[in-house]
Design a protein around this ligand. Structure first.
Ligand SMILES: Cc1cc2nc3c(=O)[nH]c(=O)nc-3n(C[C@H](O)[C@H](O)[C@H](O)COP(=O)(O)OP(=O)(O)OC[C@H]3O[C@@H](n4cnc5c(N)ncnc54)[C@H](O)[C@@H]3O)c2cc1C
Ligand code: SF4
Ligand code: SF4
Ligand code: SF4
Length: 403
C-alpha cells in the first residue's frame, strides 16, 4: 500500500485514492495546507493498485518537444480574459464543437480551487485564467475515463504532475484524449490561500461590523460577498505587470466593486508564492516537467519575446508541440503564430526549472502561521531584508560591476 515517507515524493494527484478498489484511501490536508493520501489499513487488501498508478513511483521517459511556437489568439477579447496568449479557450472551444468534454480548474463556492469538467462554453469560461493555488483533483480521472470509454473527445488540462497522474490512472492511450499541461513554477498551498482570504476579506469585515479597525473600506460593515478573483488581471496594468484583483459587493448599491487590486509583486500572497515560501514540497524537486507528462501540448507565457515587433502587452503565449496529435489539433486553431526555439523559450521562463529552491525562511513562515500570525505579516517577516544586508548587497553589486 502507498506510504509517503518523504513529502516531496507525493504531488497530490490522488490517482491512488481514485484507483483503490476498497475506497480506503482518503486525501487529508497536512499542517502546510496540502493533501496527502491516508490509507485505512484495516480495509486495505494489499492489491498494490495504489503503487502501480502513482506517477512519482513510475516515472515515464522524457520526450522532447517537436516544435516551439509563440502565439496570440486572434480574438482579442478572449486573449485579454486569459492569462497568457489565450490558447486554452481556443482548444476548449474546439473540443466543445466536437461534442467533447473539457477538464480544468475552477473556483468552488468558497473560492477554493478544484478540478471539474464542462460541456458548455459557460462552464469552460470559469476555467479560464491561472489560479495560483493547488487544485483538488477529486474524482476527475474517473470522470475522464468514463467519458473516454463512451467515445467522447476529452480535453484534460492541468499541471504536468496532474497529467502524469492521469496517464498512470488510465493505463492506456486513448485516441480521443488530448492532455494539455503548462509550464509550472509550482503550486502554492490551498491552506495558506484559505487563511489569506479569510484574514483579508472575512475577518476584517467582521471586525468592521463590530466597530474595530479594518483594512477594508469603513463603509464595509458586513462580510463581503466575493464575486470574482483574478490572479492575472491584464486590464489594470497589462500582461507583464499583471495584477491580483478581487471583486465583490462592498456596498448594497455596487455588487461588483474592486475590493482589492495589487500589482503581482506587491500583493503579499503573490509575493509569498513567487518567492517560493509555500509551494508544495514536491515542487522543489519536480519530477514531471519538461516532457515527462507526455502531454500532447504544453502551454505557457512567452516572456521576453517581441512578436511581430508588436508587443501589445495583452499576452503572448508559448506552445510546445510534443506529438502529431497535438500538432493536428493546434493547426485548426485561429492563432497568430511565430516559430521559435527551446533555447529562446528557456531563457526567460523559470517554469522549465525543475529545482526551485525553497525559501530559506519557509519553516519559520509555517511556524509563525501555527502561532496565529496572519499570512500577510508572516510573508513580510520572511521577505524582510535588514538595512545592513541591503547596504552589503549594494556594495557587493558595485564591486562586482567594477571588476
Ligand atoms: C500554478 C501555476 C503555475 C504556473 N507557472 C507557470 C510558469 O512558471 N511559466 C509559465 O510560462 N506559465 C506558467 N503557468 C501557466 C500560465 O499561467 C497560463 O496558465 C498558461 O500560459 C495558459 O494560458 P492561456 O492564456 O492559454 O489560458 P488561461 O485561460 O489563462 O489558462 C487556463 C488554464 O489553466 C488551468 N489552470 C488554472 N489554474 C490551475 C491550477 N491551479 N491547477 C491546474 N490547472 C489550472 C485551467 O484549467 C485552464 O486549462 C502556471 C499556471 C499555474 C496555474
Ligand atoms: S493496496 Fe489496494 S486496497 Fe490497499 S490501499 Fe492500495 S489500492 Fe487500496
Ligand atoms: S503522487 Fe498521487 S498517486 Fe502518488 S501517492 Fe501522491 S497522491 Fe497518490
Ligand atoms: S512544480 Fe511539478 S510537482 Fe509542483 S505542481 Fe508543478 S508539475 Fe506538479
Amino acid at each position: 500500500m502507498i506510504n509517503i515517507k518523504d513529502k516531496k515524493d507525493c504531488c497530490g494527484c490522488s490517482a491512488c485514492a481514485q484507483k483503490c478498489p476498497k475506497a480506503c484511501i482518503t486525501m487529508v490536508e497536512d499542517h502546510e495546507g496540502f493533501l496527502y493520501p491516508q490509507v485505512d489499513a484495516a480495509l486495505c487488501i494489499d492489491c498494490g493498485w495504489c503503487e502501480k498508478v502513482c506517477p512519482l513511483l513510475n516515472l515515464p521517459e522524457k520526450i522532447q518537444p517537436q516544435e516551439v511556437l509563440a502565439v496570440k489568439n486572434r480574438n482579442e477579447e478572449e486573449r485579454m480574459a486569459s492569462s497568457s496568449g489565450g490558447v486554452f479557450i481556443a482548444l476548449a472551444k474546439k473540443a466543445l464543437e466536437k461534442g467533447g468534454v473539457v477538464f480544468g480548474a475552477v473556483f468552488d463556492g468558497n473560492w477554493e480551487v478544484k478540478h471539474t469538467y464542462a460541456e458548455t462554453i459557460e462552464g469552460v469560461r470559469k476555467m479560464m485564467g491561472s489560479k495560483y493555488v493547488q487544485s483538488r483533483i477529486g474524482d476527475s480521472y474517473r470522470d475522464a475515463e468514463r467519458f473516454l470509454k463512451e467515445g467522447r473527445e476529452v480535453l484534460f488540462t492541468g499541471t504536468p504532475c496532474q497529467i502524469t497522474g492521469l496517464h498512470k490512472f488510465l493505463r492506456k492511450d486513448y485516441p480521443n484524449l488530448l492532455p494539455v499541461d503548462f509550464l509550472c513554477h509550482g503550486v502554492p498551498s490551498p491552506g495558506v490561500w484559505r487563511k489569506y482570504l479569510d484574514e483579508t476579506f472575512i475577518h476584517p469585515a467582521r471586525r468592521a461590523a463590530a466597530g474595530k479597525n479594518t483594512v477594508l473600506s469603513s463603509s464595509l460593515k458586513s462580510v463581503p460577498v466575493i464575486t470574482g478573483i483574478e490572479f492575472r488581471d491584464k486590464k489594470m496594468h497589462g500582461w507583464k505587470k499583471f495584477s491580483f484583483v478581487v471583486r465583490g459587493s462592498a456596498s448594497k448599491a455596487d455588487k461588483n466593486s474592486v475590493l482589492l487590486s495589487d500589482i503581482h509583486n506587491v500583493n503579499p500572497y503573490m509575493r509569498g508564492f513567487l518567492s517560493d515560501i509555500y509551494l508544495r514540497p514536491s515542487c522543489y524537486q519536480c519530477k514531471c516537467k519538461n516532457g515527462v507528462s507526455h502531454s500532447d501540448l504544453t502551454i505557457a507565457d512567452f516572456w521576453g519575446l517581441k512578436m511581430s515587433d508588436v508587443d501589445d502587452d495583452k499576452g503572448i503565449g508559448m506552445v510546445l508541440i510534443h506529438t502529431e496529435k497535438g500538432r493536428e489539433i493546434f493547426e485548426t486553431l485561429d492563432m497568430e503564430v511565430s516559430h521559435s526555439t527551446l533555447e529562446t523559450a528557456k531563457r526567460f521562463n523559470g517554469g522549465f526549472n525543475e529545482n526551485v529552491t525553497p525559501h530559506p525562511k519557509r519553516r519559520i513562515f509555517y511556524k509563525k502561521l501555527s502561532k496565529g500570525v496572519p499570512v500577510e505579516s508572516a510573508v513580510k517577516m520572511a521577505l524582510h531584508v535588514p538595512v545592513y544586508r541591503k547596504i552589503y548587497n549594494k556594495i557587493r553589486g558595485l564591486f562586482k560591476k567594477l571588476i
